[in-house]
Design a protein around this ligand. Structure first.
Ligand code: SF4
Ligand code: SF4
Length: 378
């Protein structure tokens, strides 16, 4: 499969338009994927109400550049995502405003999604999910273009093209997936099922300013200066991970895609067009704290005995906490209760999904890796 990799070191609109156009040309041009008159959903990463320079969400100039290319071509554009937490109109208005999407809509004439309904669909080719509940916004379009942000992730190690499509699961329904699939391998297989079911026609990754460390929302912005595009989400993620020194076996969605025959274990079968990976590599990209080590081969029975002691846990920093209660609201197994406006966790109930860390607006939650885990996953 072809993956376009192009250097782009800022969010200046003309440069973005040119580089994204060149990325699409490397894949056969927009006309290979979109027909004139098509309605196209730009599936952005709008995880929460954050300003663009915090590198949590797809940058608005990146979204604007691709929206303009599509509109000039003759397509109709809808911008959307279902962020974590309740999927409500007032929340979406605030998120569109904070993330710069309202300005993109004003400048380009693209529509913002306010269809908050959902529907359930049978997923016959899935490995894990027989039925998937999805946001109804995908029924308002003919095609989906996925616009992920390159970031670390506390649970899944990395969030890119495959993980970004979890945002098509409506609001709080996402929490049910974590409760039903507390094991990261099951959860990752579900992510692959969702990705394979909704099948965006294209994936274009905003890897210009990425997030390292405690991603997907509490990490640190990091310049990685790259736009990666492909019609194969697994190969795109594989190339992105290669650039930040993660291998297929380090990332559950990639390892399981490999086991399912959806990608290979290395880059040997990927046709990379554009700039050399060697010139774009970031050797010091800080991994997510829960997953900062390479796994050693431990026999499965021993691993089963150790699993509880190896699990990373969320640690709450009361001095940073602003008492908003979002962690309590979004904890899938209801392991958090707010007492005197501070969260208290029942670690026996905690499934280490890190939804609390993902959605905390104050970066008040760290992920702590137990000492034994540090030794095993050194
Ligand atoms: S989400 Fe963060 S700021 Fe809000 S109550 Fe929980 S820890 Fe505190
Ligand atoms: S406390 Fe945090 S990590 Fe634990 S289950 Fe709740 S949301 Fe997930």
């Amino acid at each position: 499969m072809t993956v376009s990799v192009l250097r782009c070191d800022n969010y200046e609109l003309n440069q973005l338009r040119e580089t994204i156009k060149e990325s699409l040309d490397n894949l056969g041009g927009l006309e290979a994927f979109i027909k004139i008159g098509d309605r196209v959903l730009l599936k952005t990463n709008l995880l929460m109400k954050k300003a663009p320079d915090e590198a949590t969400t797809t940058h608005p100039m990146f979204v604007r550049a691709i929206a303009e290319l599509l509109i000039d071509y003759g397509a109709k554009v809808l911008i959307g995502d279902s962020p974590g937490g309740p999927f409500l109109e007032i929340r979406m208005k605030n998120i569109y405003k904070a993330t710069g999407m309202q300005e993109v809509a004003n400048a380009t004439g693209a529509a913002l999604n306010f269809n908050l309904k959902s529907f359930t669909v049978e997923s016959k080719g899935s490995l894990l999910l027989n039925k998937i509940e999805l946001t109804d916004m995908i029924n308002d379009v003919d095609k989906i273009i996925n616009l992920p942000k390159l970031k670390t992730h506390g649970l899944t190690v990395f969030t890119g093209a495959v993980k970004n499509l979890f945002g098509l699961i409506p609001g709080t329904i996402k929490g049910e997936y974590h409760v039903r699939m507390p094991d990261v391998n099951d959860f990752s297989n579900a992510l692959i099922d969702i990705c394979e079911h909704v099948k965006p026609v294209l994936h274009v990754m905003d890897g210009i300013m990425s997030m390292e460390g405690a991603g997907p929302s509490s990490g640190v912005p990091k310049k990685t200066n790259v736009i990666i595009a492909s019609d194969n989400p697994h190969d795109l993620d594989k190339v992105a991970c290669e650039l930040i020194d993660l291998g297929v076996m380090d990332v559950p969605t990639l390892r399981l895609a490999y086991e399912r025959g959806l990608t290979s274990v290395d880059l040997s079968d990927v046709d990379i067009k554009g700039d050399s990976l060697e010139n774009l590599r970031i050797w010091d990209f800080v991994k997510a704290p829960a997953n900062s080590g390479r796994k050693r081969r431990i026999p499965k029975p021993i691993m089963a005995l150790l699993v509880k002691q190896l699990k990373s846990k969320p640690i709450f920093n009361d001095s940073k906490c602003v008492g908003c209660g979002d962690c309590e609201l979004n904890c899938p197994p209801k392991a958090i209760v707010m007492i005197a406006r501070k969260p208290v966790v029942d670690y026996k109930k905690c499934i280490s999904c890190f939804c609390c860390q993902e959605l905390c607006p104050a970066k008040a939650i760290d992920i702590k890796k137990p000492l034994l885990s540090k030794i095993v996953f050194r």
